[in-house]
Ligand binder design. Structure first.
Ligand SMILES: Nc1ncnc2c1ncn2[C@@H]1O[C@H](COP(=O)(O)OP(=O)(O)OP(=O)(O)O)[C@@H](O)[C@H]1O
Length: 226
């Protein structure tokens, strides 16, 4: 197995508040890992450090042989844009755009031509059971529909790693399971590595592996010897 992304001994504080105190995790290519743990334990901070959104105070983050923690902001920003995908708890769709334009957004930012970006975006509507919603605005969608649109946007550019922070946190459990089902199916089809933060065991059950963050450390056997 090849490691897709890794954190080694990552320490991060928000001012005087320690959030990570030496967190380590290694995720294989194509693996789906759920990060669990109590509120405030450091789950989102770990995800943000792995994704190059936050820069650790010390420790290392490695992706594809490169040290993400020592990259310039510009390089981390292109890494996030070109090779990572994101889904958050509240879809965070752009309300002024149609849902199709929202899905096409990462492609447009990558420099894909508009017609081609929209064509690819439309393909995801079919795949995720969203046909007919392409021209709606995000305010005209149900929570589950909006999260499926956010999922399509997270995957449309074929990211190597998808970061999902409580992607079902705002949904009822049945809708949440439908979104997880689609997320896992699409990620497996594309071979996308998924790092999922959740506090719901039913959501974590979709992952290949669960790790627990406790007091800013990853508190689980990181890897079962194979
Ligand atoms: N922007 C911030 N400013 C100051 N402190 C923060 C900030 N974000 C998080 N923290 C603190 O860092 C610690 C870890 O927070 P983090 O959001 O990573 O936890 P979490 O496990 O994701 O929590 P939750 O499940 O509630 O989302 C907590 O003590 C939190 O209060």
């Amino acid at each position: 197995m090849t490691i897709a992304i890794e954190a080694r001994n990552v320490v991060f504080s928000f001012g005087q508040t320690p959030a990570l105190r030496g967190a380590s995790i290694a995720v294989d290519e194509g693996e789906i890992v759920a990060i669990m743990g109590a509120s405030g334990s450091g789950k989102s901070t770990l995800l943000h450090c792995l994704a190059g959104i936050l820069v650790p105070d010390s420790g290392e983050v490695l992706f594809d042989g490169a040290r993400v923690d020592s990259m310039t902001e510009a390089r981390r920003s292109s890494l996030r844009r070109d090779r990572f995908g994101f889904v958050f708890q509240f879809g965070q769709l752009v309300p002024e755009l149609t849902t199709a334009e929202n899905v096409a957004l990462p492609l447009l930012l990558n420099g894909t031509r508009r017609a081609e970006a929209l064509r690819k975006a439309y393909g995801w509507f079919e795949r995720l059971g969203l046909e007919g919603l392409e021209q709606r605005r995000s305010g005209e969608l149900s929570g589950g529909q909006a999260q499926r649109v956010a999922l399509a946007r997270g995957l449309v550019a074929g990211p190597e790693v998808l970061f999902a922070d409580e992607p079902t946190g705002a949904l009822d459990s049945l809708t949440g399971e439908q979104v997880m089902d689609l997320l896992v199916t699409a990620a497996r089809e594309q071979g996308t590595t998924v790092i999922l933060v959740t506090h719901e065991p039913r959501v974590a059950a979709y992952a290949d592996r669960e790790v627990i963050v406790r007091d800013g450390r990853v508190n689980a056997p990181d890897r079962i010897a194979s």
